[in-house]
Design a protein around this ligand. Structure first.
Ligand SMILES: Nc1ncnc2c1ncn2[C@@H]1O[C@H](COP(=O)(O)OP(=O)(O)O)[C@@H](O)[C@H]1O
Ligand SMILES: [Mg+2]
Length: 275
């Protein structure tokens, strides 16, 4: 198949428009649980190729925010606009359910803290990865299996384990498999909730290294929720600090961590230093 000059020009115009428009535009996002605040009045833009870190102690509203962004949880107020492949700004809440399900398996990725929540535990490692390719339209068995084997290698899992189920994997391997499953489809937006949270410190370091490499190589646009400032420092370009459901400080990662302005951020940074 030959690609016409007109098609190439069109693709260039699209890529150009994409680079100049935010991938996500979030405004006034609020979610309560009864009288309790989950998150309140959150607003930010996420640009293509940008990694936004969301930090704050447990209970500060990070997971609630992420669930609202992914359309898992309906906010009480506010708006999340998503720039689709055609450059159209779409209200995430208004996307019809079948399309949202398809997006969740192709353009969007959601890496959960517990790999058991993000993997099909009874399905082989290869199947876990292949499933997302099939959702994106892949049909050729040999090519799907080949891509799955490539991705196992990329996340440092022996290709000989392709037919094993994740039950037989260590926690670190399961998390790496979850990452492969999510990234194989070339997602345009990656949401991660405490991706290194449940792991031993040595396993965490290796996973973080791997994640950082993938984020850079693939130029991923991502939101990484973490209570661990070291994770934020390594992965995020920009930080948003949350406390009691609200954003108390935002800025470039180094700025926020090296020269925190808000008393709460200062406390977070100084308590991380004492560890
Ligand atoms: N399903 C729920 N029902 C009631 N309250 C909840 C629920 N999920 C979260 N919350 C409350 O919302 C606030 C934010 O929680 P969460 O988003 O889980 O924070 P984080 O991810 O930063 O730990 C907390 O006060 C928490 O207790
Ligand atoms: Mg959480």
């Amino acid at each position: 198949m030959t690609v016409s000059t007109a098609e190439m020009a069109q693709a260039r115009v699209r890529a150009d428009a994409e680079a100049r428009a935010p991938l996500l535009e979030v405004a006034g996002l609020t979610r309560r649980y009864g009288a309790r605040i989950g998150c309140a009045d959150i607003g930010f833009d996420l640009w293509p190729g940008e990694v936004l870190g969301v930090v704050g102690e447990s209970g500060s509203g990070k997971s609630t925010l992420l669930a609202c962004l992914a359309g898992h949880l309906a906010p009480d107020a506010g708006r999340v606009l998503w720039r689709d492949r055609d450059g159209r700004a779409r209200d995430v809440l208004a996307i019809p359910e079948p399309e949202r399900r398809l997006l969740a398996r192709t353009d969007w990725a959601f890496v959960r803290q517990n790999p058991r929540d993000g993997l099909r535990m009874g399905v082989s490692a290869g199947g876990n990865i292949g499933e997302r390719l099939m959702a994106g339209g892949a049909r050729h068995y040999g090519r799907i299996r080949g891509a799955a084997a490539d991705w196992l290698a990329r996340v440092e899992i022996d290709a000989g384990r392709i037919d094993d189920t994740p039950r037989a994997f260590s926690g670190g391997m399961q998390q790496r498999l979850q990452i492969a499953r999510n990234l194989v489809s070339g997602p345009r937006l990656v949401l991660m909730d405490e991706p290194t949270g449940g792991l031993d410190v040595s396993v965490q370091a290796r996973l973080l290294d791997l994640l950082r490499g993938l984020v850079r190589e693939m130029g991923l646009s991502a939101i990484v929720v973490t209570h661990d400032l070291a994770v934020a420092r390594l992965l995020a370009h920009r930080l948003m600090v949350m406390k009691d459901g609200r954003v108390v400080e935002t800025g470039l990662t180094d700025q926020v961590l090296d020269d925190p302005q808000h008393a709460y951020t200062q406390l977070l940074v100084s308590s991380a230093l004492r560890l």
